[in-house]
Design a protein around this ligand. Structure first.
Ligand code: ADP
Length: 456
């Protein structure tokens, strides 16, 4: 009973720490809006607001066959996208898992690997008759690492993220490097556009649903993109883009509140994660939200209570004391356990961490998962609200295309974002809806390739 009471006391304490009131959320939205404006006004700001050189929305009539290569965090995907016009498409794709060695081997070898995979894919598509022999297909390259761009088919890698470190790539044009590999392997493809997963998702979502104004990714990392009026981007005023033109902005919003830490409600657990990370101070918003960190936040709470003698008394807890051993997918499983006994949670702790749990502990863990998951969704709502409010989308309402395992698989993540939007905006918040944008990053880069060809 004493332990039960201690858990209840801790739960109350943690509830206060992790709960965001509507008033607090509105303050975050205001600060977020200022950060977005600042990023548009000058380069080198905390939220970089990167112009993507994707001009305006697709018409929905884009058509034809396009290749897409998507180099993401975990997998390489090569796709053949057939745009059928009328917002319809078909995709065939093959996934290749990248090894840790490949992520750290010579950069040109990574692009050689992409070219070899694409070549094998094109050859099998020729054999099955989906691609004609002799055709040179336009290619959209989705490369989701920060690049500085000054045109659509060019991009200099600023720095590797997501655990990549291939030498001789940072500071170089990745389109040029990939082109060289395609030539070396005689791949019949011509790179016409470079995009990132978030921009791709924005364009693909709008192609199928023209109410879409914003796209978000909630996966290993988190990010958003939207369409901005060129006249409202002071930092590119010298480029002579027509003032009525629109250009997609890759916000890189995971960086919001980095370094100064003035606006976000960081707990001691968030501060531990930040200080132990390979980039302390950076990606402050992302560290409270994305799939890479949520499991770790929960693990740190559990470890603190092990140290205080509240949990797992007399058991060997070394497994759960390993940093990053608690996957965010476990939070999903814990929240969705349908049994009274919480059998799923028994399984997670006994199978992966070799510890026995009491029912009271399991209920406590489930409540913790809810606190951490709910805070992430409500903070995400703040980011979406900042863009909505900056762009004046509240009156008419708008749709937000979203992708990533956290969004797609975490129970109630979307529902909690919607609740958050209503807490921020009142009833009008119901006009902002999110939906799953399937395969956005691959399809989006094919559509961007089609848009680029049409402009030329
Ligand atoms: P990426 O962002 O690398 O392209 P994903 O969108 O699949 O890929 O995101 C991977 C992240 O999502 C990982 O941090 C992982 O812990 C988390 N994740 C995977 N499955 C789930 C799940 N069922 N529920 C919540 N998070 C998950």
């Amino acid at each position: 009973h004493a332990t039960k009471r201690k858990m209840a006391d801790h739960l109350r304490r943690l509830e206060t720490m992790f709960t965001l009131t509507p008033q607090r959320m509105r303050m975050i939205v205001e600060a977020f809006k200022d950060a977005l404006e600042l990023g548009l006004s000058k380069s080198g700001q905390v939220v970089p607001m990167i112009p993507t050189y994707v001009f305006g929305w697709p018409t929905g009539k884009e058509a034809g066959n396009y290749l897409a290569v998507d180099l993401g965090g975990t997998n390489l995907r090569v796709c053949l996208v057939t745009l059928q016009g009328g917002g319809k498409w078909e995709i065939t794709q093959t996934k290749y898992r990248l090894s840790e060695e490949q992520k750290h081997d010579e950069g040109q070898l990574l692009f050689d690997f992409c070219a070899e995979c694409l070549k094998a894919f094109v050859e099998s598509s020729i054999e099955s008759g989906t691609i004609q022999r002799g055709a040179v297909l336009p290619l959209g390259f989705t490369f989701s690492y920060p690049c500085s761009q000054d045109k659509i088919d060019h991009g200099v890698l600023i720095r590797w993220t997501k655990g990549f470190g291939a030498p001789n790539t940072e500071g170089r044009d990745v389109v040029e490097m990939f082109k060289r590999s395609l030539e070396k392997h005689n791949v019949p493809a011509e790179i016409v556009a470079l995009t990132c997963d978030t921009t791709g998702t924005l364009i693909a979502s709008h192609y199928v649903n023209s109410d879409t104004k914003i796209a978000c990714i909630f996966g290993t990392g988190c990010n958003a993109a939207y369409m901005e009026r060129a006249r409202d981007i002071p930092k590119i005023s010298s480029l002579g883009i027509g003032s009525e033109d629109e250009i997609a902005i890759n916000c890189e919003w995971g960086a919001f509140d980095s370094f100064e830490h003035e606006h976000l409600p960081r707990t001691k657990y968030d501060i531990i994660i930040d200080e132990a990370s390979n980039k302390p101070g950076e990606q402050a918003f992302e560290k409270l939200i994305s799939g890479r960190y949520l499991g770790e936040i929960l693990r740190l709470i559990i470890c603190e209570l092990i140290d205080e003698g509240v949990l797992f008394l007399g058991q060997n807890t070394y497994k759960i004391e390993i940093p990053y051993s608690f996957d965010t997918a476990f939070l999903s499983l814990m929240e969705s356990d349908p049994t009274d006994e919480l059998l799923m949670i028994i399984g997670i702790f006994s199978h992966f961490f070799a510890v026995e749990t009491t029912l009271a502990e399991r209920q406590f863990f489930r409540a913790l998962a809810k606190l951490v998951g709910r805070r992430a969704a409500r903070l995400s709502a703040c980011g979406i609200a900042a863009i909505v409010s900056k762009m004046g989308y509240l009156e008419e309402g708008c749709a937000v295309g979203a992708d990533g395992s956290l969004y797609n698989k975490y129970p109630k993540f979307a529902e909690r974002i919607h609740e958050g939007l209503v807490d921020i905006f009142g009833e009008k918040g119901r006009g902002i809806t999110t939906y799953h944008a399937e395969d956005g990053s691959g399809i989006g880069s094919a559509i961007v390739a089609a848009m680029t060809k049409n402009r030329k």
